[in-house]
Design a protein around this ligand. Structure first.
Ligand SMILES: [Zn+2]
Length: 256
């Protein structure tokens, strides 16, 4: 039923531009933007439309493959002043992205990259709850954001001898916050998720297995992920891999 050209409706603005998206020869998807609760987010909504149409099939190809069916034929983006998860800038739930219009007012530069992270959650479409996978799910979303969209992903962290982040500035708010808190990443630091985990994933891809992201994503999507997935895919345990990554990250800073 999803053949042809689909209409993107800007609910509160009353605009009806046409925006087809061909994910496959016979499959199209569309974006529904809802700014009824936050009419002042209309400009951002329009910017997010093209971004989502471009990246929805792209992320599908990165995580799965270009022939993998898109999980939904419609993505709804709902702009609201404050989200149900208080303080959150955005969240993904099923085929819906909820975006805080108050947040994007104050941090407009972050807006598109943040949407790529949230869109990745829609593409992941993991229907099974899996123990110990939260850090990885967030790490993959930031991996897509930083490797493919922002193109600023690094293969190591900058860690001092105590395993604490060092040399980061407020330009990298997540790293900087952990650095200022003096958090040690030596023991299972990947649990800090987000950019910490995405850096680790990029290191795994560069040093251990070029297909690791795709493989982990498939295992997650099949509901078969556990920490035993790492020795199955790389021959080393998660702790061994993390220890090696930390050792290389400490060398990175001493080399400067
Ligand atoms: Zn996330």
């Amino acid at each position: 039923m999803w053949r042809g050209i689909f209409v993107v409706i800007i609910v509160a603005l009353g605009l009806v531009p046409f925006a087809p998206l061909w994910a496959k020869d016979d499959l199209a998807a569309h974006v529904l933007l809802d700014v009824s609760a936050a009419p002042d987010a209309g400009e951002f909504a329009l910017k997010s439309n093209a971004l989502l149409l471009e990246w929805y099939p792209k992320i599908n190809a990165i995580l799965y493959d270009p022939q993998h069916p898109l999980p939904y034929s419609e993505i709804r983006v709902v702009f609201e002043p404050v989200l149900i998860l208080k303080g959150a800038p955005a969240l993904a739930k099923g085929n819906e992205l909820h975006v805080s219009s108050e947040y994007i007012k104050h941090m407009p530069d972050d807006f598109r990259a943040m949407m790529i992270h949230e869109l990745t959650h829609i593409n992941q479409h993991y229907v099974f709850m899996q123990m110990d996978s939260g850090w990885l799910v967030e790490g993959i979303a930031d991996y897509v954001r930083h490797k493919y969209y922002e193109k600023d992903i690094q293969p190591t962290l900058r860690l001092n001898a105590n395993g604490q982040l060092t040399g980061y500035t407020p330009v990298d708010p997540y790293f900087y916050g952990l650095q200022q808190a003096g958090a040690s990443l030596t023991d299972r630091g990947y649990l800090k998720a987000y950019t910490i985990a995405s850096t680790f994933l990029f290191w795994l891809e560069s040093h251990k297995d070029p297909q690791i992201i795709h493989e982990l994503n498939v295992v997650l999507s099949q509901g078969k992920f556990s920490n035993a997935s790492f020795p199955q895919l790389t021959g080393q345990t998660l702790d061994e891999l993390w220890a090696e990554f930390v050792a290389e990250s400490k060398k990175t800073i001493s080399a400067h």
